[in-house]
Design a protein around this ligand. Sequence first.
Ligand SMILES: [Mn+2]
Length: 294
Amino acid sequence: MSKNTRPTSIIGVENGFGAGNPACKDGPRVLKALGMLGGIGDAEHVLRWDEEISLGDHPQDKIRAVARIAAELAELTYRHLMEGDRPLVLGGDHSCAIGTWSGVKRYLGHSARLGLIWIDAHMDSHTFATSPTHNIHGMPLACLLGEGEPCFTRIAVPEHKLRPEDVCLIGVRSYESEEAAFLRQQGVRVYLMEEVQQRGMQAVFDEARKHVCAATQGYGISLDIDAIDPLSAPGVGTPVSGGLRLNEVVAALSEVHDDEKLLALEIVEYNPWLDRHFITAHSIRQLCRAIVTA
Ligand SMILES: [Mn+2]
């Protein structure tokens, strides 16, 4: 691996319009107010809060609201990469992924390929045709693969942002059959929680990293904190028991934090109002420390 020299720059996305419970929009603001990400980093590994984006409280139309946020975020991740930073997007609900990775794809260029490791208890691969809830945070991966509303699939650049063979999911344990069928038909590699338990997170993560790097010019990590066991991350809208151990995810991030090919990361779905004793906030601090300084 060539060594990363980019400073990490946090972009807070105060948006919960894609989730059933919109209060995860307060995640970045609460982490900042608690000083939870202070004192991370050193002279060689800089971490700085950059900016927050938000839309205000009561949008008339959730689809337009989420699309507007995604377009704004795509512009920001693109600009930060151009300026030599590594963006760390803090959600907000997972619909922000549409924006994050559209901006990263724009930065890489039309003919380049982007890899993505999607760590999540869910598949997030619905469309409006298959989703029982119509919550957009259940759709971002399908959108990035080119499936879904044009206002989501055409952000930043018109082409599909990801090729299915450049994507891996890790930690999945709750999904609908339509999503599983879509990903299977696309040929996306999914490491269900069962496989992670059998083989160990480190083996699975190493294999996933090789997979998403094989034919790509750079890759990212999208971490939905509901992938982590609710014991270490209770502050999420849709907790599912039997998840990844926090220390395994921290170890995985530490392993790649200095990898020059790792272009951007996101940590999403923290809902501070559902947290207990700041357990989730402390877990996020550990994850961010692993990303910045290992
Ligand atoms: Mn998710």
